[in-house]
Design a protein around this ligand. Sequence first.
Ligand code: ADP
Length: 626
Amino acid sequence: MVEPTLLFVDPSRTFLPGLEEVLSRERHYRILAPSSTAEAVDQLEKTSPRAVILALPDDSEALDAATRIRTLRPALPIILLAPKKTKKSYTDVLRVRADELLTEPVHPADLLSALDRHSAKGTTSPIHVKVRELETLVQLAKNINRHLDIDQTLASIVDAAVRLTGAEEGSLMLVDPSSGELYMRASKNFDEEFVRTFRMKVEDSLAGEVIRGGAPILLSADSPKKIKSSFLVHSLIFVPLLLQEKTIGLLGVDNRATRTPLRESDLALMQALAEHAVIALENARLHETTQTQMSQLDTVIRQVEDGVIITDSEGGILVANQTVRSLFHLDDSPLVGRPMKEVFPNLELQYLFARREAENPHQRRAEITLDDERVFTAHLTPIEGVGFAIVLNDITHLKELDRLKSEFVATVSHDLRSPLTTILGYVDLIERAGPVSEQQKSFIRRIQNSVGSITTLISDLLDLGKIESGIDTQKEPVQLNGLARNALEGIRSGVENKRIHLAVSLDENIPPLNGNPVRLRQMIANLLDNAVKYTPEEGTIRFATRHEQDQALILVEDSGIGIPTSELPYVFNKFYRATNVQNTVGTGLGLSIVKSIAEIHGGRVWVDSKDVEGTKFTVVLPVPKE
Ligand code: ADP
């Protein structure tokens, strides 16, 4: 039998030395003697003593300690030992609801009988039993939240079941999902070997009834029932462990030797304990699943071939995978918490990180060239609640292909241009060389138009090649309005021929931009040419420039044929022509050139259009700060 425990709080050791021995000898108490009230409260949280003896010389400290003990354990008998009986001591006893006050000199027999009286009451009166049960349940709930050691939690649940029902032994059995058999996950007072080897088929056992039916079973000595289980018992309680309507196991207590009955009230208590067990098991399962998922994710991030850097919102590194480490020649030393700037001195990467708050995803992308000439695209994504992720993708081979393609296109275009110029020259000469019939004239016009189209295509291709390869990126201060007037001049005859109404509004406050004048003029001209080309006779074109904050805006709006909404995302692609322009000539390169020019100037272009209702192009260019 386990010895009952007494908590004897007497830090100054006034009473303890004289009484300790009597208490152990006469009543076999195991004495816990904390050296401070704080330690006493701590021990109270971990053990279940029969009673507390408080002997504190300082009245106020004693009161404080007694009040805390009362709050923690409302049913626990408290016996105060005071130096001498004063009126104040009596009031104190009442205030803290201590059960007894004994004063100096304390006679051992008085203390023993006080303890017998109160601790007996404490263990048997129904209200005290209930309070003790509740205390245990609260304590278990706290433990479930406090630590995740599932074995310890389940063991303490089974232990509580045995202790509170007064049963001989207890067990927590779970259904093994693979075999469908029951095994013992935790137990109290069972032989270790038996627990280890225990396996029970769910079919035709009493436990099986609980598992299948999901209802508890109470067998007491006065309602005998034949038990079909692997062990014979006099009384028993099995309660199911229910998780979302499914029985995952059971919690049981039983008496094999004694005929002490188990009651309905024990059943309710067992059900409460079973709920605790299910929560603990579910917590542990979720914890395990989360851990597994985290480690899988960790493995994926570490092993993917793309470089991955994850930082917190301040730029402190959280993860840098193996690829990133080898790209930047980093050793295996831990990087967590170190600033991004310090670990990755690459300037392009740092500029990218400086733009981390940019709304436009394009601005959170960068091309990064490493020392060994390899080229990567780096894409930065904000991750809510974490910080930022940068993914680096090797595009060296694509860059090389792109370079070869551009080189090929440039060579071919260049080689085609001279014979075409020759053809055009000779065609022009035919009419001068002698009389030609009307039919011949019409053939000549067709040749001139076709050769003209090819020439335009070729010069567009050559331009695009130059812009994309960055050959003519030389920039100087330019007046946007001057370029605009010049480009507007270029569409004058087209506007007059089609009797188009042209409305121009130029903002004279735009400061000079830093740009390439030839290319910027070409960009505006392409947009204006399109507006004229795709606007029917007597339509309207509005052209405007505007200065807004640190940006210059160019707006080209027309009342023309519009662009089908589903095709809007493609109009800036090379050679793309919308399905509604069959009757007009074009190469499909003009807008690609516009986009490239806007981008090499650090700007953007976008289009708004509603089918049939006209089109509006907007270009935004950065204005340099003073
Ligand atoms: P294209 O030589 O065909 O004009 P662009 O690259 O300049 O080539 O334009 C691509 C396509 O975008 C055009 O074919 C046309 O479908 C559409 N587009 C461009 N500008 C306009 C506009 N102002 N109105 C209607 N559609 C336009």
